[in-house]
Ligand binder design. Structure first.
Ligand code: ADE
Length: 250
């Protein structure tokens, strides 16, 4: 039977998922705890990658080489870059790019050397299924009204588009504007997705990723991010993945 990986960078992004999974077995590899379980009958392995591209790439490689996963899902939070990506919205990635990759003048800016590409596409079928699950979860209300009001959240939307990754927490308006000008198609910024996308590309393993916007990658990003990850991030992951696995089982 096929096995699906569920990856988040930090514990607060996956806490509710880990609490739900009846832990059949855990295994520690490369200092990470891999939790093997079933979700609506589907074999899953859930793991925290830690933060940044190298940590994420190591985790993805272990998942494929040691745990023989056939699909990889990433769930977590991101900073909103495009004006339409507001706090509480969900972005489903259709592609990833490393915004801090620059081997120019040897290779064009953002191109990953020897790959001949800047963008790594996600798997269309998995991505569509994640987007459907996110729509269903948002429509039935992921958050209670009090939490939504406290965080000042409007009506959340699901959007699909480019997510950019780099080894920087983007926390000034100036940097966020620079990124938006350089990469106007980017909806959101985070620190792992492009690395996992590249590893999955190397192995031919389908990959999809979903990120809830926790902050606007501006001068208030640090405070907004902490409030969001502590209060609600894992609710989004758990509610959306619950619908994703329920839909697969149906
Ligand atoms: N993840 C969540 N918010 C982020 C930000 N502002 N920059 C990078 N990664 C993030």
């Amino acid at each position: 039977m096929s096995r699906i990986a569920i990856v988040s960078a930090m514990h607060p992004e996956l806490a509710a998922v880990l609490a739900w999974l009846p832990q059949a077995q855990t295994q520690v590899v490369a200092g990470r705890e891999f939790v093997l379980a079933r979700w609506h009958g589907q074999e899953v392995v859930a793991v925290l990658s830690r933060i940044g591209k190298v940590a994420a790439a190591t985790t993805a490689t272990v998942l494929i080489e040691r745990f023989d996963v056939q699909q990889v899902l990433f769930t977590g939070v991101a900073g909103g870059l495009a004006p339409q990506a507001q706090v509480g919205d969900v972005v489903v990635a259709n592609a990833f790019l490393q915004h801090d990759m620059d081997a120019s003048p040897l290779f064009p800016r953002y191109e990953v050397p020897w790959y001949g590409r800047t963008h790594f596409a996600t798997d269309a079928v998995l991505t569509a299924a994640l987007a459907r699950a996110a729509q269903t979860a948002l429509a039935s209300g992921v958050l209670d009204a009090q939490a939504a009001a406290e965080l000042g959240l409007g009506t959340a939307r699901v959007q699909a588009g480019l997510i950019v990754s780099g080894d920087r927490f983007v926390s000034t308006l100036a940097e966020s504007q620079r990124l938006q000008q350089a990469l106007p198609e980017a909806l959101a910024v985070e620190m792992e997705g492009a690395a996992v996308a590249q590893v999955c590309h190397d192995y031919g393993v389908p990959f999809a990723a979903l990120r809830t916007i926790s902050d606007r990658a501006d001068d208030a990003a640090h405070a907004d991010f902490l409030k969001f990850v502590e209060r609600v991030a894992s609710r989004y992951s758990a509610e959306i993945l619950e619908r994703f696995f329920a839909q697969r089982a149906a």
